[in-house]
Design a protein around this ligand. Structure first.
Ligand SMILES: Cc1cc2nc3c(=O)[nH]c(=O)nc-3n(C[C@H](O)[C@H](O)[C@H](O)COP(=O)(O)OP(=O)(O)OC[C@H]3O[C@@H](n4cnc5c(N)ncnc54)[C@H](O)[C@@H]3O)c2cc1C
Length: 409
C-alpha cells in the first residue's frame, strides 16, 4: 500500500505516557503529529495504566531533581488546560538504615538542591506521624516536602485528549513493524502491520517494554532494555484507621531503602486500601506475559514490612487486590533519551528504559523528546546520563557510588 499523502512533522510510535506527553508538546507548538499505538488507547498491557504513581524529588541520583521539579509545574499547567486533576499532593518519606548508601545519597540530593527536608530518628518519626509509621530504632526517616500521587490512566488520557485538541492525528490498533528512510527524499517512512505507511520528517519511538524488540528490527541495534513483569498489591487498612492513611490526612508517599526496596502510596484510589509493593519483578516477554504467575511475589517480605512499619494498623494477612504491569529496565536504572543514530542520524529519537520510575517526569520527558525531534537539542537539561553511548563505555552504564546496594533503581 502506498504511503499516505500527509507529510507529518513528527510521527510518535507508542501511546503510553511518554508518547502521549510527547505528542501533546509537539501538537501544542503547532506541528503536524501522528501518534501510532499497537493496542487500544489506554490499554492495560504496558507500563502506564493503573491508579497511582508516586512523584517525589528525593532521588539518590541528583540529576533527576530538575526533571521532577519542572514536571510538578508542567502537571499543574496541563491540569489547568484540561480542567481536572491528575496530581494529588502530599509529602514524601524515605526510610532506611543511616548506613544505607542510597538513603545517604538522598540526603545529599536534598542538601545540594535545598529541598526542604528533616532527618528524623524513630521516636521523632513516631511523633510526627502519630504512630502511623514505625521504623526500627536504628533506622532514620527523611521527611521532605515534595511527594504526591499521580493518577496514571487519567494522566495518559489527559495528554491524549490535549494532543487531539491541538490537532494530533491519533491511530490505535496500529502496530509499527518498520521504520526506514526514503533515500529519494530523506523522509522517515513508518509502516504498520496492516500495510499502511506514513511519512514524517522526524520520528519519536516511545514503545516501553517493546523498545528492544522494535529497535532491533528497525535499526539492528541491541538496546540493553529488559522487560520485567511486576505486581502491585493493595492491603486492607484495619477498621477505624482508614482516614489516617488517606491522602488528605497528611500521610506521605513512602520509599523504604534496603532489601527489598518497598514503596507505598496513601489510600486514594480504593477507599480503605493502601498500596504497598516491591520495586522489582521478573524478566518477561512483553508479548507472552504470565500475568502475575511467572515470578514469585515476595509476599512474606511484604507482610513483615507492613506489620513492622504500620504498627499493626494494616491487615498483613494478604493483599486484597493485585495488578500486573511492566518495567523496562536498563542496567543502571537510568533512562534512555537519545537519537537512534546510524542511517537515521538525528531524525529518529528514542525515549525508553524508564526503569519503573519515569511516570512522574513524563511531562518534562515529553517536552525534551519533542525538542530533540524538532531542534536536535533540548533546553535546560543535561542528557549525558541518558545517552546510549554510556553502555559502550561500560555495559553497566552510569557508575554510582551507591550502586552496590541498588538492585533495580
Ligand atoms: C507497577 C508500576 C509502578 C510504577 N510506579 C511508578 C512510580 O511510582 N513513579 C514513577 O514515576 N514511575 C513509576 N512507574 C514507571 C512508569 O509507569 C513508567 O516509567 C512509564 O509508564 C513508562 O511509560 P512508556 O510510555 O515508556 O511505556 P508504556 O506505557 O508501556 O508505553 C509504550 C507504548 O508503546 C506501545 N507499543 C509498543 N510497541 C509498539 C509498536 N511496535 N507499534 C505501536 N505501538 C507500540 C505499547 O503498546 C505501549 O502502549 C511504575 C511502573 C509500574 C509498572
Amino acid at each position: 500500500m502506498a504511503a499516505s499523502d500527509t507529510l507529518f512533522d513528527v510521527i510518535v510510535v507508542g501511546a503510553g505516557v511518554m508518547g502521549s506527553s510527547t505528542a501533546y508538546h509537539l501538537a501544542k507548538t503547532g506541528n503536524r503529529v501522528l501518534i501510532l499505538e499497537q493496542f487500544d488507547f489506554l490499554h492495560h498491557r504496558g507500563s502506564s495504566h493503573g491508579e497511582s504513581r508516586t512523584i517525589r524529588a528525593t532521588y539518590p541520583e541528583d540529576y533527576y531533581y530538575g526533571l521532577v521539579m519542572e514536571s510538578y509545574e508542567l502537571w499543574r499547567m496541563a491540569e489547568e488546560e484540561i480542567g481536572y486533576k491528575v496530581y494529588f499532593p502530599t509529602e514524601q518519606l524515605d526510610i532506611g538504615s543511616p548506613d544505607d548508601k542510597s538513603l545517604t545519597a538522598v540526603v545529599d540530593t536534598c542538601r545540594k538542591h535545598s529541598i526542604p527536608h528533616l532527618v528524623l530518628d524513630s521516636g521523632e518519626l513516631r511523633e510526627k506521624y502519630s504512630g502511623r509509621v514505625e521504623i526500627p530504632a536504628d533506622w532514620v526517616g527523611v521527611w521532605s516536602k515534595y511527594g504526591g500521587v499521580i493518577k496514571p490512566t487519567k494522566a495518559v488520557s489527559m495528554y491524549q485528549t490535549l494532543a487531539y485538541k491541538n490537532g494530533a492525528v491519533m491511530k490505535d490498533n496500529a502496530e509499527v513493524v518498520e521504520i526506514k528512510r526514503d533515500e529519494s527524499n530523506g523522509r522517515i517512512v513508518v509502516s504498520i502491520a496492516n500495510g499502511e505507511s506514513f511519512r514524517g520528517k522526524k520520528c519519536v519511538v516511545t514503545v516501553g517494554a517493546w523498545s528492544k524488540k522494535l529497535v532491533k528490527s528497525v535499526g539492528g541495534i541491541e538496546l540493553p532494555i529488559r522487560p520485567l513483569e511486576v505486581s502491585v498489591s493493595y492491603w486492607r487498612i484495619k477498621e477505624g484507621f482508614e482516614a489516617e492513611y488517606a491522602i488528605g490526612g497528611g500521610f506521605p508517599t513512602i520509599a523504604s531503602y534496603g532489601e527489598p526496596y518497598v514503596y507505598g502510596t496513601p489510600s486514594l484510589e480504593f477507599p480503605g486500601l493502601i498500596k504497598v509493593a516491591i520495586h522489582g519483578g521478573h524478566e518477561c516477554n512483553p508479548d507472552k506475559r504470565s500475568w502475575g504467575k511467572g515470578g514469585r511475589l515476595p509476599i512474606a517480605a511484604l507482610k513483615e514490612w507492613i506489620d513492622e512499619k504500620f504498627g499493626g494498623r494494616v491487615d498483613s494477612s494478604g493483599p486484597v487486590s493485585t495488578q500486573s504491569c511492566m518495567y523496562s529496565m536498563t542496567p543502571d536504572g537510568d533512562f534512555v533519551i537519545d537519537f537512534l543514530g546510524g542511517e537515521f542520524e538525528k531524525d529518529v529519537v528514542i525515549g525508553g528504559g524508564f526503569s519503573g520510575h519515569g511516570f512522574k517526569m513524563s511531562p518534562t520527558i515529553g517536552r525534551i523528546l519533542a525538542e530533540l525531534a524538532l531542534d536536535g537539542a533540548a533546553e535546560g537539561v543535561e542528557l549525558k546520563y541518558f545517552k546510549l553511548a554510556r553502555f559502550e563505555e561500560n555495559p553497566k552504564g552510569n557508575v554510582k557510588s551507591f550502586a552496590d546496594q541498588v538492585k533495580l533503581h
